[in-house]
Design a protein around this ligand. Structure first.
Ligand code: F6R
Length: 242
């Protein structure tokens, strides 16, 4: 794993955007895996700014998001569909039919998971997967204990994850109990992975990741097995390392 240390969240976001823009500029039909949450908001702002400045075009880009809450539709302000539309897709020249998220409102969730996995495979796999890090080591919504062999599946969200995400909802009880997520195996099949870790709240998890051997109780530790992982971290997230 390659660790790039940046001073601030802003600098980490700029470094992440440069890596993504380089890929979009170099690859003919790039397939990018996207994350939601607080961490990549700065990255998406940078992508929008670069698009507006004429530095990058997204017309040939295909995207697959990591996850979506079960039960929340595209119009729900807390759905990841809505998040992506607001923060990125509606502000750049991406072909919206080439953007994909799991359908959290699918009647048959199991078959939705299979379809999603096939869509990724049919696109030729993911060239670059963006990840954030959960305080408990989760990646996507793969909570501690998730099999490293898992493909896209339905998960029960951990109490700690629901508590962490309650800040976006009216209350913790309003956070959906389930989500659809790419599995660990799905994520590991990506050709390249960019993990962004920022803020004091992630310092313990980042330290654990860097020192932890592969262990299903700390899902992100699987990344040690991948040959092409870059971690971009800010000083706040690195504070436990000093
Ligand atoms: C989001 C996702 C999650 C987040 C993680 C960190 O699509 O899959 O794994 O990346 O929970 O969230 P933030 O960035 O809000 O701290």
């Amino acid at each position: 794993m390659r660790l790039i240390e940046k001073e601030t969240y802003q600098e980490a976001s700029i470094a992440a955007s440069q890596l993504l823009i380089n890929l979009v500029t170099q690859e003919q039909d790039p397939v990018i895996g996207l994350a939601t949450g607080s961490t990549p908001e700065g990255l998406y702002k940078q992508l929008v700014a670069n698009y507006q400045a004429g530095n990058v075009s997204f017309t040939s880009v295909k995207t697959f998001n990591l996850d979506e809450y079960v039960g929340l539709g595209p119009e729900h302000p807390n759905s990841y569909y809505y998040y992506m539309a607001q923060k990125l897709f509606n502000q750049i020249n991406i072909n919206q039919t080439q953007t994909h998220l799991p359908n959290g409102q699918a009647v048959d969730l199991a078959s939705e998971c299979k379809v999603y996995e096939h869509l990724i495979a049919n696109a030729g796999g993911i060239d670059l997967q963006i990840l954030g890090l959960g305080g408990n080591g989760h990646i996507g919504f793969n909570e501690p204990g998730t099999s490293f062999q898992s493909n896209t599946h339905v998960v029960q969200l951990d109490a700690s994850t629901r508590a962490a995400n309650a800040r976006f909802f009216e209350s913790e009880a309003a956070v959906p109990a389930q989500a659809i997520t790419m599995g660990i195996n799905t994520i590991m099949k990506s050709k390249e992975i960019l993990l962004i870790v920022t803020g004091n709240g992630k310092a313990k998890a980042l330290k654990q990741l860097l020192n932890q051997e592969k262990n299903e109780q700390f899902p992100a530790s699987v990344l040690h097995e991948h040959g092409n992982v870059t971690i971009i971290a800010d000083q706040a997230a690195l504070s436990e390392m000093k």
